[in-house]
Design a protein around this ligand. Structure first.
Ligand SMILES: Nc1ncnc2c1ncn2[C@@H]1O[C@H](COP(=O)(O)OP(=O)(O)OP(=O)(O)O)[C@@H](O)[C@H]1O
Ligand SMILES: [Mg+2]
Length: 264
């Protein structure tokens, strides 16, 4: 049975979509079957994976009950497009609206080792659906002033979902993303997060680089485009599996991949 991990943040542009994409890439190279779920009407994740914007059915059809998740998966991506914004509005008026994604994924989950869910840049109904569908939440935080506040708010929503809808929901950790550790404010953000959340902050920091925008533009994974940077995500992928427990074979493969990416 696959473990479902939802990547969320309180605000936009914290690197959520890049994280889902790069983790999926690392895990697949390590031999795991990974389903990526795009829950953002912007459809950035779908775009990254070259799923056309008019791919049908999409996650919007799944949430509005018009398609089964199994039929809406295109090459291991459950894609989104602007239609999801409308589906969210319709969903808001329905009974069990927070449980819809969880129910829809129940069947397809079995076929995957991991399901990674990308959230929109808000803590609304779609993000709540992503949390209720998840086993684990990962909070992505940009390395800026006020990042602590954003993480606190995201965590509040995780706790709310856990208390009122999904008692088994856990949170795996916080990743400091798009971080330039030469800058005082990035170091300060990390210090504050570690002081407040201790071990919950992943040891791996995702470094900032313009190469990410370039790799996205060219549709090439960061692991291929800039292997030394890709190694950050391979390390994060491994740390996440370590926290989940098990996955020994995949972890060994991630180790080997990392050694290839950053020659000693
Ligand atoms: N480590 C990084 N260094 C530099 N730029 C990055 C990094 N990761 C992502 N980016 C760039 O930052 C922008 C935002 O990243 P991304 O789309 O992953 O964030 P997001 O949290 O999903 O945004 P949104 O909330 O709008 O969905 C993109 O242009 C992306 O290419
Ligand atoms: Mg995004």
């Amino acid at each position: 049975m696959g473990t479902t991990i939802t990547i969320l943040s309180q605000k936009g542009g914290t690197g959520k979509t890049t994280t889902v994409r790069s983790l999926a890439d690392a895990y697949r190279r390590a031999g795991l079957e990974v389903l990526c779920v795009d829950l953002d009407p912007q459809g950035n994740l779908s775009d990254y994976f070259d799923v056309p914007a008019d791919a049908s059915p999409s996650v919007a059809d799944v949430l509005s009950g018009q398609a089964k998740a199994a039929d809406a998966i295109h090459e291991d991506v459950l894609p989104a497009n602007l239609g999801l914004a409308e589906a969210e509005l319709i969903l808001a008026g329905k009974m069990g609206r927070e449980l819809t994604l969880r129910r829809a994924l129940r069947e397809v989950k079995r076929r995957y080792d991991l399901v990674l869910v990308d959230c929109p840049p808000s803590l609304g109904l779609l993000t709540v659906n992503a949390l209720v569908a998840a086993d684990e939440a990962v909070i992505s935080s940009e390395a800026e002033y006020f990042s602590l506040q954003g993480v606190e708010q995201a965590l509040e929503v995780v706790e709310l979902a856990k208390e009122s809808l999904h008692p088994d929901l856990e949170w795996l950790g916080i990743v400091l993303n798009i971080a330039d550790m030469r800058l005082v404010h990035s170091r300060e953000a990390l210090r504050q997060l570690r002081e407040r959340f201790g071990e919950k902050v992943f040891g791996t920091v995702i470094r900032r680089s313009v190469r990410y925008a370039e790799s996205a533009e060219r549709g090439v994974s960061i692991v291929d485009f800039a292997p030394d940077l890709g190694a950050d995500y391979v390390a994060l992928a491994d740390e996440m599996l370590e926290r989940l427990g098990g996955y020994e074979d995949a972890r060994q493969r991630l180790d080997a991949l990392r050694a290839e990416l950053v020659p000693a």
